[in-house]
Design a binder for this molecule. Sequence first.
Ligand code: SF4
Length: 317
Amino acid sequence: MFGLKPDAVLDLPEKHYVLEDYEKGIARWCDGCGDHAVLANIQKLCREEQLDPDKTVFVSGIGCSSRFPHYMNTYGFHGLHGRAFPVACGIKHRRPDLDVFVITGDGDCCSIGAGAWIHAIRYNVNMTVMLFNNEIYGLTKKQQSPTSRVGTVSNTTPRGSILPPLHPMQVTLGVSNASFVAQTADWNPAHMYATIKAAHEHKGFSFIHILQRCPVFQPKLVDEWTSNRDNLCYLKDDNGIIVSEEIEKTFKNSIDYDCSNINTARELAQSNDKLYLGLFYKDSSKETYDEYGAHNLGATIEDKAAVLNAEFDKYGI
Ligand code: SF4
């Protein structure tokens, strides 16, 4: 006998998750692909926030970045092209207790998924959304995407693309009810981590536009920003993305900013003079649609049957 009284309660420590609890498999992205940096930061966030893997879901569409859920040891759904948003919204409506992340690329989100994207913003469903933008279809080996710049030579535009690109920040900020819109870059992991953390803390649809390197099909895409610090600017805002002094010093340019003004945010998104990193806009006061959807979660089978029968009776002859 161990001398325990029958009603003794063992004071066991709570489960503490380590990085390995969130890791799964070996990421099959090319060497130098920016997706690796985002994955590392997300796994770090999960550990820092001690997210329960059983209550965390990553939903994606189709594309290189959409392989993301395979590398997270959480729940995940690698779905149809452009359809991450409807799936994620459905999950959040039925299971508001889950932490929902959406992973989507520029081809996935801004082309076939554009309608779903716009309405998910409008519904302000409480989830963290990361748009990986490398301005090309990588998985299918170099076709122009909706965000490709004019002149981009690809397999579908051998003489260079002619359409002006769609800008994800301008679109998101243009939709009524946008509540959190931020921009970061995969080559600045500290800024990216601070951005993902702030997005995750925000209650509502948190949209992060991530400038992402594709060294295979867009090898020079980010050179103008990585080789010349004059072209980058940090948005300094006590209510925005806050980085350490050491990281702040790595930016040659910064501006004092107020992320509560939607008009300033829209002007900034249209500006081409620099790449601005930080939180463009935040409004924490907006209601989230998933809360409405969750209202009837406690209804019994009888309650639901009564509502359905009442509806059917309207059409009775
Ligand atoms: Fe990454 Fe480009 Fe390779 Fe796709 S093709 S995994 S985006 S580097």
